[in-house]
Design a protein around this ligand. Structure first.
Ligand SMILES: C[S@@+](CC[C@H](N)C(=O)[O-])C[C@H]1O[C@@H](n2cnc3c(N)ncnc32)[C@H](O)[C@@H]1O
Length: 280
């Protein structure tokens, strides 16, 4: 998973993790997830594009449901649904994110179901985060998913997907990010790439200060979709408007600053993360 910039970090004791003691879902959360920033973005986009505050949220490919739980916590008027086909992260999330919510957890429904299944209630805003929808490998599968999303959204609803791209995104390479405050190293491994199908085999490894490693903690076989082809498929699915939100840069002009704004052209860079926002 390409990391989005996580600008909020707590000081935590170093060396608290080793391969033997660490929990892969906790490490994943610390390394790549920023639920509060994601929710700010979703709400801002709904307000600016639709002039209203979204209440019912749907998270596709929700994994542990961290984002869904944060949505519920954000406002007592909020409700949510999450969809994932793997019981393991769902159970982990029930114990770690939803148990502490008490009664409020009843405002969320986590479905052990395919992300292409319909919602109980039409969502005001729906998202697929961290490129998970790239598990869909053909144009017809992607179009079928986007068609279903559009039909299922509330009138005036908003669908948000993230993506990564740039020439480095198809390289076979390993990118190490040392998370000093958390006390481990996150490794994004672009292990194999097949140009004819556009598929790639990707791993996440975690390395620890004591020299141990959690190898291949997460594995993905995805098609590497391009920004423009995804935009085309969203338009073919009949969304009224599809916009790209592009990340600004830090003062050094090199790294992303975590602030995404609407952009019609973008600029060349070796690796980027962006959002596509589709309006029903
Ligand atoms: C990369 S994780 C994403 C977790 C979380 N959404 C995030 O933002 O980090 C991908 C998740 O997609 C789930 N998944 C894969 N295929 C799916 C499908 N067809 N329907 C629903 N979930 C699926 C996997 O079980 C896994 O939990």
């Amino acid at each position: 998973m390409k990391r989005k910039d996580k600008n909020k970090r707590k000081k935590l004791p170093k060396h608290r993790f080793t391969a033997a003691t660490a929990d892969k879902y906790e490490l994943y959360q610390l390394a790549v997830q920023s639920p509060e920033e994601d929710i700010d973005f979703l709400i801002d986009v709904c307000k600016s594009e639709r002039g209203r505050t979204p209440r019912h949220f749907r998270e596709d490919f929700c994994g542990t449901g961290l984002l869904t739980a944060a949505w519920i916590k954000r406002d007592p008027a909020n409700t949510a649904e999450g969809f994932d086909i793997d019981p393991e992260p769902i159970e982990w999330g029930q114990a770690r994110h939803f148990a502490e919510l008490g009664e409020a957890a009843k405002r969320a429904t986590i479905h052990l179901k395919d992300a292409r299944e319909p919602s109980n209630t039409a969502p005001d805003v729906r998202c697929a985060q961290n490129f998970s929808y790239w598990v869909l490998k053909t144009r017809s599968e992607m179009l079928n998913y986007f068609n279903g999303v559009r039909e299922d959204l509330a009138d005036g609803g908003v669908f948000v997907i993230d993506l990564h791209g740039g020439p480095e995104s198809i390289d076979v390479m390993e990118e190490e990010t040392e998370l000093e405050d958390e006390g481990f190293t996150y490794v994004w491994d672009q292990d194999r790439h097949w140009p004819v199908t556009g598929e790639a085999r990707l791993f996440i490894h975690f390395r620890f200060p004591d020299g141990t490693e959690m190898n291949r903690a997460f594995k993905y076989k995805w098609r590497l979709w391009g920004l423009v082809e995804l935009k085309d498929v969203l338009e073919d699915a009949g969304f009224d408007q599809v916009d790209c939100y592009w990340e600004g840069t830090d003062e050094d002009g090199e790294s992303g600053n975590g602030v995404f704004t609407k952009e019609s052209k973008g600029e060349h860079c070796a690796a980027y993360v962006a959002y596509l926002v589709a309006l029903k």
